[in-house]
Design a binder for this molecule. Sequence first.
Ligand SMILES: CC(=O)N[C@@H](CCC[C@H](N)C(=O)O)C(=O)O
Length: 382
Amino acid sequence: MKDITETTLLKIRQDLHQIPELALNEFQTIKYIRQFVAQLPQEYLVTKDIPNLPTGWLVKVIGKNPTQTLGYRTDLDGLAVTEKTNLAFKSKNIGIMHACGHDMHMTVALGILDHFAKHQPNDNLIFIFQPAEENFAGGMQLYDSNVLVGDWKIDAIYGLHINPSLPAGTIGCRQGTLFAGTTEIHLKLVGKSGHAAFPQDANDMIVALSQWVNLLQTIVARNVDPIIGGVVTIGAIEAGSANNVIAGEASAHGTIRALKQSTILAIQDRVKTITDGIAQAFDCQAQLILQQDGYLPVENNDKLTTEFIKYMKGQAKIDFVETNPAMTGEDFGYLLSKIPGVMFWLGVDSPYSLHSEYLAPSSNALNTGVNAITKFLEYKMA
Ligand SMILES: CC(=O)N[C@@H](CCC[C@H](N)C(=O)O)C(=O)O
């Protein structure tokens, strides 16, 4: 049976790119994936739905003589970004875009699955179609729904993320932590609104929130070992309605990031202390939510990563680079805290970063990615 062509991979990627959906709403996307899988030879395939996660799906390829079960995960969701590329196949879902490359991730996964559906592997291979990577920790929800048990237990798991700054098709990886752990910060301060002319009768939450934002910026600068590093970013604030009204409420939304879980926890403690201090100093209510869910640091397994890097370096047809860690987050970190495995980069050569409205990953990476990973999985199962 013939392997998938570059033209078909390109079409899948273009189709999926046009129908991005937000976390937990990937209904069109999973329908497309199910339809693609339905036209593959079914002889070695078994599928499984995920309770309470209707947009997730598992597909198992039964091995000839299985001694292990490998896992390969792709995420499905898009982002609330309005696409500004000039691509002929740009998003048809206004205000939503595959700005993190999950259309590329899914296409590569389908390319690999296509191969193994036609050429039975020696071991079992489970493809995880995981919703909600950007928000709501779909990886954690999927794992915690107890689907990866019994015959569906995975011994080693792999997954990739596109990397705009690597040449198209280059594979990148590293020992240890690849991506940071993240915690979302939500703060609401409640004081008292009033007339701009009578500040003594009001309790201004814009002033309080401004102090809080500034104090938060001392955490990485003054409390974190500079060699270890971390990030505290407040990406959104909301307060006030008019120039002459004192805002009685103010809210903020941000993210904490670090490569080690212990640093995340230490930063969280400082955020709590600073928030308590602001509440006391400004005599206001502070409702603080720190939400990490499954976004643990993405810690690659030592033994499996050594094997992965050695294999990739040894292939004349694969360009491989050892990369630095990145402060992006990934709920694959949760899966790696439960199952040994490796996350790696696939270069897609774009001048725009992940989450940019102009991100346009090069489709040239698709065929190279599918071939490199398929060959690696075959080597693992030899
Ligand atoms: C690869 C990537 O960009 N991942 C996202 C993950 C978001 C995690 C969570 N919702 C948060 O904001 O902390 C990222 O922003 O790094």
